[in-house]
Structure formats: C-alpha cells, structure tokens
Design a protein around this ligand. Structure first.
Ligand code: ADP
Ligand code: MN
Ligand code: MN
Ligand code: MN
Length: 334
C-alpha cells in the first residue's frame, strides 16, 4: 500500500502566517527519511512569480489520525533553493536558541485558546444578536452553555492518536471558545507540536462544517479575547524560588520587545480588562490573572516551579515566543 504523507508548512501571510498542506504519495517500505519537496511560493506570500520555488524539509513526523493506517503528517520548515532557511522560517532561529541554552533544560506548556465560527458568527451566538453575557460558559456543561464539544472531542482524539503531548482541554469564557494545552516540552518540541495540533484543529473542524480561528479578539466589546498563555520553567526555576523572581524581572526588562512578537492585534486584546494586563505595562504577581506574568499559588507555596506569561495572543508564532522567553530568561539566569 502506498503511503500518503501530508506535508504541512507555515506560509508567508502578513501579519499572521497561515498553515498550508499538500499530499505526497510514497511507495510503502521506502527510505525511512522523508524526502524534501517543493511548492509554489508565489501563491503563499513566500516568493515572487519569476523565482517561485520554495523547498519543504520535514522536521517533525506523526502518524496521521485522519487517514489512519501507515499514513503520515509531516510538519516542514521552508527553505530557499540553496537550502538555507527562508525569511519566513522562524523555526531555525528558535532551534539555535534552544541549542544554545539546552543546559538550562527549558520547558514550556502552552494554553492554546481558539474560537469556532459557523455562518459568519461564533458557534452558539444567535443570528443577528448576542447570547447571554459571560459567566457560565467557562468549563460549562449543557446544551445552553457549551457549543462544539463534538468537534473538540474529535480534535483531542486526533491529537492523542498522532502522539502529541496534550495536557488538557477546557471550554472557555465566551460561547464557542475553547482551549487545549500542549506540553510541558522543550522550545522546539512544544512549538512543532502546537503547529501540528493547530493544523489538526482546522482539519477536524472542516469535517463538521465549522471553522476555527485563533483571532485574538474575535468579538469586540465585553467578551474575552483569545490568548496563548505560555507557561515556562528552567531547571533552576524548578528547584529555586529566587530563579522564579529573577525570570519575572528579566521578562519585565524586555517587555516591549516581547509584546512586539506576541501576535498581531495584541493591543486590542491586552486592554487591562477581561483577565489581562494592559500591553503598555508590565507586572507580575502570585495568583494574579490581571498581571502580565502570573506565579501560580502552588509555586509560591512549594518555593519552586514555573511562571505563566499571560500576554501571548492565540495567533502567536510559538517559535518566536519560546525563542524570546528562553533567550531573555536564560541569559539573565546565566
Ligand atoms: P491555567 O490554570 O492557567 O488555565 P493550564 O492548566 O491550562 O493553566 O495550563 C498549565 C500548563 O502549564 C500546562 O500545559 C502544563 O503542562 C504546563 N506546566 C506545568 N508545569 C510546568 C513546568 N514546570 N514548566 C512549564 N510548563 C509547565
Ligand atoms: Mn488554561
Ligand atoms: Mn484559558
Ligand atoms: Mn492560563
């Protein structure tokens, strides 16, 4: 039986890249290593028409839970034809930082929030109006509070079958809004897995006639935005509280640089309300969901553990976020 390999990559759409994929058929029992492949970069914002070839190199492979059998998903990085990283390839710089600071053993757990849409409005929103205000949807149960659970369960099963390290899921504060968490894993591993989990989310929802979006503020007004809280620790932070405080201080010293790479439209989401800190300020605190960075209460009790950077948008690029956090904190911890 031939093997269908879905080559998945991150495109050049501005300001927020999108996922693309296409299928390569390989003979069964072939070479263990997947071959490089190519695509038309002029159709993805990655090349001009007259020099349109871009190269796909598989970097992370998983069993395909959609097609089953011997079929594979292959997350790829994009290269130029001289096999150097393409300008849209943010993975290469992340890998460099991950290797430079590997002695620190950085770990990330990312909480990916997202929103289902159908017929041009969030799933659970009535035509031409609004549902009851926020209050009972978060971690809710029942047909009046929860919308899209069948899709969410199918996505969770797909991720687990693909071998992704999902640590949990929950319904969120706005109807049709959900979250899954990936990790804890190293910077490259968590980012590769998050991109693949995002692709599976779109792909699984497609079969239900529903679209999923990572838009950071899908509904204006008194509705929560969608974030990607980024939980982080190093070996030192996992054993010593002073390293926890040092990490928060280090993030504060580079707040503006981080905000600039935490996802397009972050100013609309980090307003200072709806469980956020304003993007113009930096703060950290124990149990504080209104701070930029939260120290979980158990971490203060145990005097060791991890911190939660609450600022990244749902539409952030995990290669950029984990690169920055690793670089900023590990440089400061020394
Ligand atoms: P919240 O209470 O903010 O909703 P979640 O339970 O959704 O938190 O997510 C917490 C995340 O933190 C999970 O992905 C978990 O794997 C991750 N995590 C736990 N311990 C660590 C650690 N030591 N370093 C990094 N991430 C961690
Ligand atoms: Mn969470
Ligand atoms: Mn959440
Ligand atoms: Mn959180």
């Amino acid at each position: 039986m031939s093997i269908k390999v879905e080559y998945i990559w991150i495109d050049g759409t501005e300001p927020t890249a999108r996922l693309r994929s296409k299928t390569k058929i390989l003979p069964a029992g072939g070479d263990a290593e997947l071959p490089i492949w190519g695509f038309d970069g002029s159709s993805t914002g990655q090349a001009p028409g007259r020099a349109s070839d871009c190269v796909l190199r598989p970097v992370f492979t998983a069993p395909d839970p959609i097609r089953g059998g011997p079929h594979l998903l292959a997350l790829c990085e994009v290269l130029d034809t001289d096999l150097t990283p393409h300008r849209t390839n943010t993975r290469a710089a992340c890998l460099e930082v991950a290797e430079r600071f590997s002695d620190h053993e950085p770990l990330f757990g990312i909480e990916q929030e997202y929103t289902f849409f159908k017929d041009g409005r969030p799933l659970g929103f009535p035509a031409g109006g609004f549902p009851a205000p926020q209050g009972f949807y978060y971690c809710g149960v029942g047909a009046d509070e929860v919308f899209g659970r069948d899709v969410v369960e199918a996505h969770l099963d797909a991720c687990l079958t693909a071998g992704l390290q999902i640590s949990g899921i929950n319904a969120e504060v706005m109807p049709g809004q959900w979250e899954f968490q990936v990790g804890p894993l190293g910077p490259i591993e968590v980012s590769d897995q998050l991109w693949l989990a995002r692709w599976l989310l779109y792909r699984v929802a497609e079969d239900f006639g529903i679209s999923a979006t990572l838009a950071p503020k899908p509904v204006k007004g008194d509705w929560n935005g969608a974030g990607a809280h980024t939980n982080f620790s190093t070996r030192q932070m996992r054993s010593d509280y002073s390293a926890i405080v040092d990490a928060c201080e280090a993030l504060g010293a580079k707040a503006a640089e981080h905000i600039a790479h935490y996802g397009a439209g972050i100013e609309e989401r980090l307003t200072g309300s709806h469980e956020t800190a304003a993007f113009t300020t930096f703060s950290y605190g124990v149990s504080d969901r209104g701070a930029s960075v939260r120290i979980p209460w158990q971490v203060e009790v145990a005097k060791k553990g991890y911190i939660e950077d609450r600022r990244p948008n749902a539409n952030m690029d995990p290669y950029q976020v984990t690169r920055l956090v690793t670089d900023t904190v590990c440089s400061a911890l020394g």
